[in-house]
Design a protein around this ligand. Structure first.
Ligand SMILES: C[S@@+](CC[C@H](N)C(=O)[O-])C[C@H]1O[C@@H](n2cnc3c(N)ncnc32)[C@H](O)[C@@H]1O
Length: 200
């Protein structure tokens, strides 16, 4: 689901970039470790801040990224243009990723799966495109936040079948990944790392 005007402005903002850098990426790095090379994918890459962090902070050799919103992909292309073939971007949907099985060493979700009505489909796709032993890093927004009356007024989120941290972790498991670490901030936000089974 595309962002409304309020959330679009919030995501294309230096404050969001600072939070992503100093809070989200740091936490996920501590939970899941660095990549030290390899191929990464970012689902719902927005304006490309996360993809830059995947290269510079997590140490991926290359990153692919896509977003449902062509305006976001255009911004990400401008931001990451100087990275050449180390950053490939396209307009796409996380429920049908146009990539072969077992492609990536890591997949990153910086707060997008709660925007997807059929969120379990996207977890299955992420599991499919990860290599055996590959890692999933996710930051997510939980149902309690999405259902809050003030949040409902300001944001456009799917409302049906939203998840809490335990349900998202179960979704990760049902998609074929082994959950590793989970951290929560109240009932509103959570961070997850998981690994694709080596025998998969
Ligand atoms: C809350 S924003 C986060 C953007 C970016 N990851 C960040 O952290 O700044 C959610 C993003 O997910 C994108 N999105 C929503 N549904 C999507 C889908 N099904 N597939 C890919 N991207 C999607 C939106 O266009 C938006 O850019």
């Amino acid at each position: 689901m595309l962002l409304n005007r309020f959330e679009f402005a919030l995501m294309n903002n230096p404050v969001r970039a600072a939070v992503q850098h100093h809070v989200e990426a740091r936490r996920l790095l501590r939970m899941g470790g660095a990549m030290n090379g390899g191929r990464a994918l970012e689902v719902g890459c927005g304006r490309g801040v996360g993809a830059g962090l995947i290269l510079d902070v997590f140490g991926a050799h290359s990153v692919d990224g896509f977003d449902l919103d062509p305006r976001m992909v255009a911004r990400a292309r401008r931001r990451l243009g100087r990275r050449g073939s180390n950053a490939r971007l396209w307009v796409g949907d996380a429920t049908t990723i146009p990539v072969e099985n077992d492609t990536y060493d890591a997949v990153f979700d910086f707060g997008i799966i709660h925007h997807i009505p059929q969120w379990r489909f996207s977890l299955r796709e992420i599991a499919r495109v990860l290599k055996p032993g590959g890692r999933f890093y996710a930051e997510e927004v939980l149902g309690a936040f999405i259902r809050h009356p003030v949040v409902r007024r300001l944001f456009d989120h799917p409302q049906a079948d939203r998840f809490d941290a335990a349900e998202f972790r179960k979704g990760i498991e049902e998609a074929g990944l082994a959950p590793q670490a989970t951290e929560k901030l109240g009932g509103a936000f959570a961070w997850f790392t998981a690994e694709k089974h080596r025998s998969a």
